[in-house]
Design a protein around this ligand. Structure first.
Ligand SMILES: [Zn+2]
Ligand SMILES: [Zn+2]
Length: 104
């Protein structure tokens, strides 16, 4: 029992396994309920890798914006910038809070 938390590969939001979600059959990203319909419509469903059908839901999308070679998600940009900055999460948090205060 208990609730599991996942990070949506498309929108980056944290969601729980209480609601609907699927796993992308291409990159194994978890896709939250809010992004699911659009993702299924765009990339199609029903083609899990052979022998792994049990792992994926019946309506698991065959791709998502996380593994689309043409798309860079906000989450991917954030990750990239974070790495480029060379700062820790704590340093960035302090910086953002300082900026927020000074712009008020
Ligand atoms: Zn999402
Ligand atoms: Zn994917």
């Amino acid at each position: 029992m208990g609730v599991d938390y996942y990070n949506c590969g498309v929108c980056g939001e944290i969601f729980t396994d209480c609601g609907p979600y699927e796993i992308c059959t291409k990159c194994e990203s978890f896709i939250c309920g809010w992004c699911l319909e659009d993702t299924q419509e765009k990339y199609g469903t029903g083609n899990p890798p052979e022998g792994e059908e049990g792992y994926y839901g019946e309506d698991a999308p065959d791709g998502c914006s996380n593994c689309d070679p043409e798309i860079v998600t906000d989450a991917a940009i954030n990750k990239y910038l974070f790495k480029q900055s060379g700062k820790t999460k704590e340093e960035l948090t302090a910086e953002i809070l300082r900026l927020r205060k000074s712009s008020q």
